[in-house]
Design a protein around this ligand. Structure first.
Ligand code: NAD
Ligand code: ZN
Length: 363
């Protein structure tokens, strides 16, 4: 199936997200149709390189640039190394970068593409659930710095996103679950029927049954693409995608990044849903329904007792999205709908005392 991301700015007309099993077999045809170029360069990490990167590079007769896998390598150093290697290969403005891997590869390769020779096109070939349904769509690229995650980057929309479900065959269960955390988020913020599907078909999804996986990737891609199309540069409704992420980023950072992003977001959604209920902004029972589903996917919903509330609140205040003064959250009203609107905005300030009271729960 094909989902169109409609854009008005940078890339007039937008781009397609293709979802299906076996798409990588047609990589050269698809890439030359959607992003024609004289030359392609594949960027991957040293794990995905072995399984999918090399094959992609050889099919495209492209050089393959790989860097060591992991969030710890999503750095300016890796960016510098990759851009040096592109220069050494005399890669010119007529080239297209093909990012083959998870969100780390997509973010770094996207940022390389955004900046190399002031910007060359990128094609995203996501190979994790998280990258397929979240990070490859929307054009956010960047690297981490010692001061925090994703603090240096650029918006750079891809020319094509190619999600081959066959790549998920090799994805470890914990990584699959972490990606599904964002799928649960999509259900909460935008689609009650989809949330119900994730409940009903939990065992089929976790077992990676074809039809179930395809429905998850397709529906999540539609939801993310729809929101990105409506708000390319994150000025309004795109903030809804941050549900679970204000608390999530804080617990992720406090864990020293031992939690996967999706795991941290699962914890974040549990606390933010509870906050919405306590503020009288969400129907009662919302939190339980969300935490039951996350637990079914073996995702954590309680923060580590080792972190203090002070520590978490101070991290939330340092979050780049926090405006001066108040802590703001994207909060659901019910399964499938958020609080907020065009006039009031999509984030809601919460009293710090109440945030602390909710965060104090650690079992
Ligand atoms: P990741 O890229 O680190 O991949 C996880 C691990 O799985 C890696 O070790 C990788 O080598 C391995 N892997 C990848 N594909 C595989 C496969 N098919 N089979 C087996 N192993 C495979 O992590 P991720 O969860 O994909 O992405 C996380 C990153 O995405 C974070 O840096 C986060 O900030 C970023 N992100 C970006 C956006 C955005 O809008 N740009 C949105 C959400 C998250
Ligand atoms: Zn996320």
């Amino acid at each position: 199936m094909t989902v169109r991301v409609a854009l008005s700015g940078e890339l007039e007309g937008g781009y397609d997200v293709l979802v299906g099993r076996g798409l990588l077999a047609d990589l050269p045809t698809l890439v030359s149709r959607h992003a024609p170029a004289h030359r392609y360069v594949v960027i991957s990490d040293d794990q995905v390189e072995r399984t999918y990167g090399r094959r992609a590079a050889s099919d495209l007769s492209a050089p393959l640039l790989a860097f060591p896998a992991g969030e710890g390598r999503k750095t300016r150093d890796t960016w510098a190394d990759l851009t040096d290697r592109l220069l050494a290969h005399h890669v010119g403005r007529d080239a297209v970068i093909v990012a083959v891997g998870g969100g780390v590869v997509g973010d770094v390769a996207g940022f390389v593409a955004a900046t190399y020779l002031r910007g060359i096109p990128v094609v995203q070939v996501p190979t994790t659930m998280l990258a397929m349904i979240d990070s490859s769509i929307g054009g956010k690229t960047g690297v981490n710095t010692p001061a925090g995650k994703n603090l240096v980057g650029a918006f750079h929309q891809p020319r094509l996103v190619l999600a081959d479900l066959a790549t998920l065959d090799t994805l470890p269960a914990q990584q699959l679950a972490a990606g599904l955390s964002e799928a649960v988020k999509h259900g909460v913020i935008a689609d009650a029927d989809y949330f119900a599907f994730l409940e009903r078909e939990q065992s089929a999804v976790s077992a990676k049954q074809d039809a179930a996986l395809e429905r998850v990737v397709a529906r999540s891609v539609e939801i993310k693409a729809g929101i990105v199309s409506a708000d390319e540069r994150e000025a309004g409704i795109r903030a809804a995608l941050n549900f679970g992420h204000t608390v999530g980023h804080a617990v992720e950072s406090a864990s020293g990044y031992s939690l996967l992003h999706g795991e941290a977001v699962a914890i974040g959604m549990a606390y933010e849903a509870r906050l919405a209920e306590r503020m009288g902004l969400a129907e009662s029972g919302l939190t339980t329904r969300i935490t039951d589903l996350l637990s079914a996917y073996r995702l954590p919903v309680v923060r580590a007792a080792a972190n203090s509330v002070d520590q978490l609140v101070s991290k939330m205040r340092n979050d780049k999205k926090a405006r001066a003064g108040d802590l703001r959250f994207a909060l659901p009203r019910t399964i499938g709908a958020m609080n907020g609107g065009v006039t009031t905005g999509w984030t809601i300030p919460a009293p710090e005392a109440l945030v602390r009271e909710v965060l104090a729960i650690n079992q």
